[in-house]
Design a protein around this ligand. Sequence first.
Ligand code: NAD
Length: 508
Amino acid sequence: MNLVSTNPNTMEVIGEITCTDINSFNSLIEKSKAAQSYWKEITIDNRIKIFKRVKEKLYNEREELARLVTKENGKPLFESYSTEIIPTLSILNYYIKNARKFLKPHFERIKIPVMIHKKSWIEYEPYGVVGIISPWNYPLLLPMGRIIPALISGNAVIFKPSEWTPLVGEKIDSLFKSAGLPENVLQTIYGGAEIGEALVKSNIDKLFFTGSTRVGRIISKTAAEKLLPVSLELGGKDPAIVLPDADLDRAAMGIVWGSVMNAGQTCVSVERVYVHEQIFESFLNKLIELVSQLKAFDNSPYYDYSNIKLQAQVDIIREHIEDAISKGAKIIYGGKFDKNKVEPTILIDVNHSMKVMKEETFGPLIPVMKFKTIEEATALANDCDYGLSASVWTKNISLGKSIARKIQSGSVLINDCISYFGAGEAVVGGIKMSGTGRVNSRSGIMEMVFEKYYNYDTFTWQKKLWWFNYSEKSTKIIKEATQFLFDKNPLRKLISGVKVFPELLKRK
Ligand code: NAD
């Protein structure tokens, strides 16, 4: 079977890729395991050399790659640069610079007096074979953000790009191969849900899934059966809170961008807006003015928003609008659909009985709700099953910070939204139904390794106090040892210490 890749703006077929044979998983895994045992022995410095070449290639081929992303995903070329090429290069830079430091063994002296002579340390071990399943909405940035830390830390990767953007997936694969990554250290597989399921069920050692909460749940169940470690980066319903003192022009620009960028198909899109009653009307007018200036795809290279990639998503957007209208909401701008072209739409008179305020829309909708008090705004922001990101718009940074601390989400931006997503240093990830994993930063590489603890005993002549045989005498000594270690009274501590110390020096 073939995957057919289509440009959502023109509906032209741009390429085809053969699906991976579902019966080939055993041999795929064997190849990955063999490659990993070789790859993890390569020094980190030599591994990093390959990543430098990947970066160079990606940079040199940026125009071709950006155009491919635009064709396959639909997003404007500007966004293929600003939200895919630049962040991916930044993340490469970040791990090239920092991976060695993050993966350095870490010495940890045990402070318990009876073990002080032990030498102990922690090493960061790659899991082995990491499965990476990705969505289509950021077909370059999201896979690369997981593949880079997984490989650099010594894992082999089996990568499944979305069935809707396989050509960008194939390009990622070829970037690594042409940069000299040894054979089978990265294997890319193609297909839809059934291939994803087969990967989860296969003998991989860790799974990193990015996609919908619905699929995240299915995957979690399968993984739980075999206790497969899983990181999940799932959907969102990010709130934006606009306070009366906010710079309204700037807040309106930021929120329109945060809602409509990539046609709203971003996990950290602004999906609901809470505006203080004092500024509600003037803020709304600014939103309407800005949204009315946005340009839909029109065959020119410079448009602001594309068509919606998947028909099923168009149906969800329509359903959210219809549900809201049936419960009393009003469209004050937009609302038109033309096949998979959805006009950015501003809704008012919305409330939390409506899907548009509770479920992920993943489209260019801006539902705007009035609030009276900060407590009410925070409660509304938290009245949601998701907890990915959020934004607060105010000139009072200390107030912004205090609201940010009360919002239940993996991140909160003050006076901006989304932009942290492509920064290597920023920690990205959610809580609640938005998932469990973290990407970028030190946390992103820690998702790909486990801490392995080592110690050795330098007193090899010694019989340990805690070994067999237990007797009345040894029980007395262990009681004295407890007193020596934890008693608050220095005199009692000293007396017990004097009794315990000779026992510690006993030979075998
Ligand atoms: P999706 O869940 O439908 O698909 C994601 C991937 O999972 C695809 O590769 C798909 O083939 C695969 N898949 C589908 N069913 C599977 C199964 N049963 N077992 C294994 N794999 C399976 O999501 P999508 O439509 O591609 O992407 C949109 C969703 O992803 C949105 O909900 C969005 O919020 C979320 N997302 C989250 C983040 C994040 O970092 N938190 C980033 C981007 C997108």
